[in-house]
Design a protein around this ligand. Structure first.
Ligand SMILES: [Cu+2]
Length: 168
């Protein structure tokens, strides 16, 4: 049945064109189909690439958003972590240098005795802890200056539990 219909088609072509031309058309019918498929595949490919380009172009915009977010965080400065060891009666280190805008994360480790770490200039203080414990405070160093940090237990400050936070 299929072959019959093909022959009919071929005859139709023959009617419209001369013998030689109809042969080439008939032979060329398969390549034409292939070309047609290639064109369709090509169009699908182009369409797929367009979609891909769209998703690719949308990704940088989210990356830009991410960078803006990072920049927004950068105005607060990086988080700078410090560990301050406290013992009877000293802080180690007893000087901390940071830049204005830095976020400070200070972990106060109590190596010996009952202590705390207080920074009046920033309204920051840890709870009073005991040997082996630690406490963490985090804040943004948003003003320049030299601020004392000290232990407010008894007369520990006078005995030497005092240090300097220098914000430049
Ligand atoms: Cu103390």
């Amino acid at each position: 049945m299929d072959e019959d219909s093909k022959e009919i088609k071929a005859e139709d072509i023959k009617v419209e064109t001369e013998g030689g031309a109809s042969k080439t058309l008939r032979k060329g019918s398969n390549p034409l189909i292939i070309v047609g498929i290639l064109v369709i595949v090509g169009l699908i490919g182009l369409y797929a690439m367009r979609i891909k380009n769209r998703t690719l172009s949308s990704q940088p915009s989210t990356q830009v958003k991410g960078q803006q977010g990072a920049q927004a965080a950068a105005t607060n400065g990086p988080v700078k972590e410090f560990t301050v060891d406290g013992s009877n009666f000293t802080f180690n280190p007893n000087t901390i240098n940071v830049n204005k805008g830095d976020t400070l994360k200070i972990t106060f480790k109590d190596d010996d005795g009952t202590h705390n770490l207080v920074i009046d200039g920033y309204n920051v203080s840890t709870s009073t802890i005991h040997t082996g414990d630690s406490a963490t405070v985090q804040f943004v160093a948003d003003k320049t200056g030299t601020f004392a940090y000290y232990c407010s237990v008894d007369s520990h400050r006078e005995k030497g539990m005092v240090g300097k936070l220098i914000v430049q």
